[in-house]
Design a protein around this ligand. Sequence first.
Ligand code: M6R
Length: 615
Amino acid sequence: MCGIVGYIGHREAYPIIIKGLQRLEYRGYDSAGIAIYDGNSIKLSKTKGKVSDLKEKIENEISTDGTLGIGHTRWATHGEPNDVNSHPHYSNSGNLVIIHNGIIENYDSLKKELIARGYTFKSDTDTEVLVNLIEEVQKSNNLKLGKAVQIALNEVVGAYAIAVFDKNKPNEIVVAKLGSPLAIGVGEDEFFIASDASPFIEFTKNAIYLEDEQMAIIRRGKDIKIRKIKSDDLVAPYIQELQLNLEQIEKGGYEHFMLKEIYEQPRAILDTFRGRLLSNEAIIKMAGIEDNMKRFLAADRIIIVACGTSWHAGLVAEYIFEDLARIPVEVEYASEFRYRNPVISEKDVVIAISQSGETADTLAAIKLARSKGAFVFGVCNVVGSSIARETDAGAYTHAGPEIGVASTKAFTTQITVLTLIALRLARAKGTISSSEFRQHLIELETIPNKVEEALQSDEAIKVIADIYKDSKNCLYLGRGFNFPVALEGALKLKEISYIHAEGYPAAEMKHGPIALIDEQMPVVVIATKTEHYEKVVSNIQEIKSRKGKIIGIVTKGDVSVRELADHVIEVPDTLESLSPLLTTIPLQLLSYHIAVMLGKNVDQPRNLAKSVTVE
Ligand code: M6R
């Protein structure tokens, strides 16, 4: 996820763009850049770091005069965050300059074709490939920029919101969208371009939201032409009047970042497997795994190290790896592992999971494991983070920035990456058949839509939250793949509502926690249709006979639990190993609504930090 801004009109572009980038920094903040056309040439400046670093650099480096410009704040997906990989990117001739939010999945093959035609590349980005592809199409067919962009985009697989201009045609910006957001602000003889309306809300309330597979040619002082990328059909611009204020826009209209991030999960999970899961070809493509397959296949066991929510994702992975790939897995709190003098050998593979990539205990565990010769693989969200750099190889989750302190989309995207790895290894080891493998791929592809469906219980969950918001304690129970989900549900409730909550494997209840149950105790039971369903139903009966209040998370169409439970929340049916991706959703929403009803600071709970970089 990145932020893009552009301006073409009669005002100075620089102040609008730089302020717009600051407002979009929640979308990504590892590097930033700007390109302004000053009447003769393009002035471009970019840097690793925050928009404030860019501002300082620009003010010493380039003149900022000019009424046409584009800017970008980056959340790296291809290539580490550094000055060269920052946007904007020039084409080889230096005539075209582009900004891009998204992922071009087939950039590698396009790059090879362009190299064969003599193109050279300075950065590791997919975006530099795209701008050169546009240039190649433009030059070889002598086309206008708009047409060249259209043809080039028809060769591209992936997601994008782009803005590009040609220094030889400095009265025009071409924008296009597929899968990433793009808004156009329409003023008096001026146009604004941005990932959301926050950069232009003080200049105009009139906005056009481009639809997927649409592009627009925006001409200074003239009009805006929107057309479909695939068919050439013109589309009449639909200008809407914005009713939102600035804060609402940055949160996409959601009250809190946490809620926005909960709702982003269908897209985030899709982005996680985009370009990796190729169900038509029945393959999983992950460079970090392919390049190190021998190490994985030779491993006697996998040790997972992580903290908090990431540790819970590790526990889900333990079930998945052992079930699918038949590799023994040990899941360790990084903080314990690092001080326990653990037995580690060169045959061990260690997987370190971390959203931020900066958690001090996880970093220390990685260093310890590497010092003993283990191969360490990172699963991180933040590109170029310390953990991404300290590990031997890795895979990013591509969840986009997570601002709310309570992890939500980080968890589900971590599980998605770990599932892809387990499936890839299972295939290589032959521990699942090709039909089972294919079935998993097909089902995994349906998960974003199923998460969308699970989110539709939001209003019903709010009603349940209202009933239990004043509880002092809460129990969460789950079995198998969903035991870690019970732990995660309890953690979510604790950290944002400050209600005491415990997660347990459902069968453990009778070894102690059952003593806590009375009519005051809400018990959230994950009781989806799995191998252990009947046993979980028995656990529910045990709670019921002790007057506990049951909130059942069940598979759509469930009958048995519905008869026993006080409330049920349905999630769509899926494979058991993928069910945590769905059962987690209602638990996130339940905690969120309880915390909001209690008036807690949901995005910044007391005593907690987003990234724990100290011991
Ligand atoms: O950035 P990391 O994934 O390494 O962070 C680990 C934990 O600090 C984190 O998951 C924490 O538990 C969250 N607040 C949970 O919502």
